[in-house]
Ligand binder design. Structure first.
Ligand SMILES: [Zn+2]
Length: 453
């Protein structure tokens, strides 16, 4: 590992771990990341950055987003941090389910932000010490959980200046530099407008918006048989009438429509056609509002392969017996099965070379990956075999398992970014791969998101 990077971590590891824990202990939901934003900005200022804090999609009030730059010239390389928590997932730092009121870090984003701020700070100190050229950009992006933050920042052009972008997400695995494809996702609400009437005395005078919403559900259920396996359509009712003796004049259903990137327009139009059919059948009218759309992730094999070598330069995490015991209990309390005897099967540390993988979930990092060659590393922080968005993730993120993962990932990312910064021609090679991959998948130029009103 570069001596200036490792020196920075020797001096600041305790501060990084403390930051991770403070943000874990004050979880904030999407767009409300004010405390985490202030703590992150304070850390950056101490490290000699001049962070620009601002409110994204907010009322112009308290900031929830940060951009900080260091250096000048090409390449311009960025690291992204997220810090939103999930509503209703409050959990104590113990190995069994112990809910606390309010949100919780059920996706480990407290680790992501600490990793990002540490990686940026360590790299800045190495760039200073070695007099390296190039520009380092740190970005704290709010509202990943609602798949909005980076989408809105992309629409405002925040990623346009970048040559390379780096992101890490904790997971239940050893560091993985896989060529990961994730699903594109559209968050869309269908509203139906009917006519209210007495449900017993004059139902013929009414037109039920709820009938339309229910028929839409039935139609989508039939549609599911005739879409490719990488498409997922799920919904929840936002409004379904009030009293049973009143024909509902209004109903609203929120859908998440996921697919591969090339097919995302088509699947959305097919779901919309079902909604139109439901409105026609019930004599109601329908309005569609696309609230957000995020791209699936576009892998960059050249960048993944290049950065994977950082794994060999950073000491793997050494877990204590106490941490393995905690992991074992979390595993058993989550799955109801006996934990594996092998420690590596609980908290894996052995990395594997990049390989192609598909995940059905979505992240707003996807949009960034369609603008700039982006490295998306997944790695430790959770107990293997436990689900995401779950109390077990909140619990692990609150312990030394989560703190160590953040520090380890920061070391890995700072080393990978350092290597990328000094490697001649890497940005150009990654850009070629970016265009090659888009052409192969039949994906056009990035379209900035526009909300439907
Ligand atoms: Zn996440």
């Amino acid at each position: 590992m570069n001596e200036y990077l490792s020196g920075w971590f020797e001096r600041h590891e305790a501060q990084v771990r403390a930051l991770e824990h403070r943000i874990w202990a004050r979880p904030e939901t999407a767009l409300n990341e004010h405390y985490a934003c202030a703590e992150t900005a304070a850390f950056l200022r101490e490290q000699g950055f001049a962070p620009e804090c601002f409110s994204l999609m907010g009322d112009g009030g308290e900031p929830n987003a940060i951009v900080a730059r260091y250096g000048s010239g090409r390449p311009v390389i960025a690291i992204l941090g997220e810090y939103d928590a999930l509503p209703g997932l409050g959990q104590d730092c113990v190995s069994h389910k112990a809910p606390l009121e309010g949100p919780g870090h059920g996706c480990g984003h407290c680790q992501i932000i600490s990793c990002a701020v540490a990686a940026a700070s360590a790299l800045k100190s190495a760039m200073e010490a070695e007099g390296l050229g190039g520009t380092l950009v740190f970005m704290a992006t709010p509202a990943e959980e609602s798949l909005q933050g980076k989408v809105r920042m992309a629409a405002e052009g925040y990623f346009d200046e970048l040559d390379l972008c780096f992101a890490w997400h904790p997971c239940d695995m050893a560091p993985s530099f896989d060529d990961m494809v994730s699903a594109a996702s559209t968050d869309v609400t269908f509203e139906f407008f009917g006519k209210s009437a007495h449900a017993a005395m004059q139902p013929w005078a009414g037109r039920s918006a709820l009938d339309a919403a229910e028929l839409m559900s039935v139609g989508v259920q039939y549609l599911r048989e005739h879409i490719t396996e990488d498409c997922k359509v799920h919904h929840s009712y936002l409004s379904a009438g009030t009293a049973p003796n009143v024909v509902p004049e209004y109903a609203a259903v929120r859908y998440l429509v996921r697919s591969n990137d090339a097919g995302s327009d088509e699947i959305l139009e097919r779901v919309t056609a079902v909604a139109e059919g439901a409105a026609l059948m019930t004599g109601t009218t329908m309005k569609r509002r696309v609230k957000s759309h995020c791209y699936g992730s576009l892998p960059n094999h050249v960048l993944n392969e290049f950065c994977y070598r950082a794994v060999g330069e950073v000491e793997p995490i050494a877990y204590t017996e106490e941490e393995y015991r905690f992991a074992r209990e979390v595993y058993e309390n989550t799955t109801g099965k006996a934990a594996p005897g092998d420690n590596e099967a609980l908290l894996p540390t052995a990395a594997h070379p990049p390989k192609p993988i598909y995940i059905a979930g979505s992240s707003d990092v996807g949009d960034v990956s369609h603008i700039v060659p982006t490295l998306q590393v997944r790695g430790p922080g959770r107990v293997k075999g436990t689900p995401g968005h779950h109390w077990s993730v909140v619990a692990a993120s609150g312990t030394s398992i989560g703190e160590k993962a953040a520090v380890y990932a920061a070391k890995l990312m700072s080393q990978a970014m350092y290597d990328a910064l000094i490697e001649p021609g890497l940005a150009e090679r990654c850009r070629e791969e970016f265009h090659r991959c888009k052409a192969e998948k039949g994906i056009g130029p990035y379209r900035k998101f526009q909300e439907e009103n």
